[in-house]
Design a protein around this ligand. Structure first.
Ligand code: PMP
Length: 435
């Protein structure tokens, strides 16, 4: 869409070879950094992997212990957990790492059946279907549900997996301005021949696709103002809402109003894979038609057990109050960190309660300075830029976890403040006090 920020991206494409690729070559060390531990509040970042005379690759010769501000480990389940880990290990022994089979041909274990029931119950939907990859859940489901003669209306900042799924479906795609329900309404009205009976309308089906929390912006979607949606809750399920049910719970939307609920297990549940939850008919249809269900190996059993166990902890079914404590902690940590960053004068995107906090750098040349200076001080941050964002809207994306202690957050704030001064990204400095 020309009117959206994403519209800048194609303009930049012509420059990519000369400038973007050259820049990325010079700042390679800021991306793809290997780690050699679980993605907990602190993790081991590999500084150098030595190649032992090219014979054997010696791993982790030099490791740096860093405060981890980049992981999607929102509830802290992606580390040894007293309830989940022993169960995942037991499952590994009993079921092996992989089912080595597709869901339809012997890859459906009892755990897959239990997981699908567990996800549907958690979301208050009739049924659910799970996949081995969150990305593939979007990119494989949209082509099954949509096609020629159908219309997808997509938020301009939707994730790449949605964009690819929408494109692959062959449906007509219209993009509405990011998180702007009035523009969505305008696009919808343009597409529906008003006053015509339903059968005369130009589209067989219209689907609106939005995210619960936008992954590069940290903003909550304007859910209460739209209906008939495909909702991607990759970053919001487990992470927000009083009982971790995501944006519907947080924003007071009845899940019955969301037709297709999508999410991933790779963030709050510390595992891998994705799900779709909806009506019995929808899930049954997907089980007979979706190629990612029919032709892909099913989700790894230990990963399935990890999800079941972590949902039980969130629900308090493990007999403890750890789930409720984690949910309270992530909210408290996120709101504390966001307000402190704002007080320091940073431009922070996103909404309250969202654990995703982009700090605007703007100029991509600020990426290496910000990233390297933080790392020198043992704080690992994720920086994102073109093509994930428009060229001139580079940012550091902080992800806050329930695993972070108050001391961790205070240390991170001290470091970010010091580096922010060096790099010159406190765009809203506090007004000097009047004498
Ligand atoms: N949807 C959104 C909004 C995402 O941010 C991501 C990845 N971060 C995905 C889908 C893909 O999920 P996964 O990484 O679990 O494959």
């Amino acid at each position: 869409s020309k009117s959206s920020l994403q519209g800048y991206a194609p303009i930049c494409l012509g420059l990519e070879d000369f400038y973007v690729r050259r820049l990325y070559l010079r700042i390679q060390d800021c991306f793809n950094r290997p780690i050699s531990s679980s993605p907990d509040a602190w993790f081991d970042l590999v500084e150098r992997i030595s190649n032992d005379n090219n014979k054997t690759l010696k791993r982790t010769t030099k490791v740096k212990r860093c405060l981890n501000l980049g992981s999607y480990n929102y509830l802290g389940f992606a580390a040894a957990d007293e309830y989940c880990t022993p169960r995942a290990i037991e499952t590994l022994k009993n079921f092996a790492p992989s089912s080595c089979s597709t869901r339809v041909d012997g890859g459906t274990t009892t755990l897959h059946v239990e997981l699908e029931k567990c996800v549907a119950n958690f979301l208050g939907k009739e049924a659910a279907i799970v996949f081995g990859m969150g990305y593939a859940t979007n990119s494989a489901i949209l082509p099954v549900l949509m096609g020629k003669g159908r219309l997808i209306i997509s938020d301009s900042l939707n994730h790449n997996s949605i964009v690819n799924g929408a494109r692959g479906s062959g449906a007509t795609i219209r993009v509405f301005q990011h998180n702007t329900p009035s523009h969505l309404e305008k696009v919808l009205r343009e597409q529906i021949a008003e006053g015509q009976p339903r059968t005369h309308r130009p589209w067989k089906k219209i689907m609106v696709v939005v995210e619960g929390i936008y992954s590069m912006e940290g903003e909550l979607c304007q859910l209460p103002e739209i209906a008939y949606v495909y909702l991607d809750e990759a970053h919001s399920i487990g992470a927000v809402g009083k009982t971790g049910r995501g944006v519907c719970e947080l924003l007071g939307v009845d899940t019955a109003d969301v037709d297709i609920m999508m999410g991933t297990f790779t963030k709050s549940f510390g595992s891998c894979g994705g799900y779709i939850a909806g009506s019995k008919e929808l899930i049954q249809y997907l089980k007979y038609t979706c190629p990612a269900h029919l032709y892909a190996t099913s989700i790894s059993p230990p990963a399935a057990e990890q999800i079941i166990s972590s949902i039980k902890v969130v629900n308090g079914e493990d007999g403890s109050s750890r789930g409720a404590q984690k949910l309270a902690k992530i909210r408290e940590n996120s709101n504390f960190f966001r307000s402190e960053l704002q007080k320091m004068g940073f431009e922070v995107l996103g909404d309250n309660d969202s654990p995703v906090m982009p700090i605007m750098l703007y100029n991509p040349a600020k990426i290496p300075a910000f990233s390297r200076e933080c790392l020198k001080r043992n704080v690992a941050v994720v920086t994102v830029a073109f093509p994930a964002t428009p060229l001139l809207l580079a940012r550091a994306r902080i992800c806050i976890s329930a695993a972070h202690s108050r001391e961790d957050l205070v240390k991170a704030l001290e470091v970010i403040s010091e580096v922010g001064d060096m790099v010159g990204i406190k765009y809203f400095p506090a007004e000097p006090e009047k004498q």
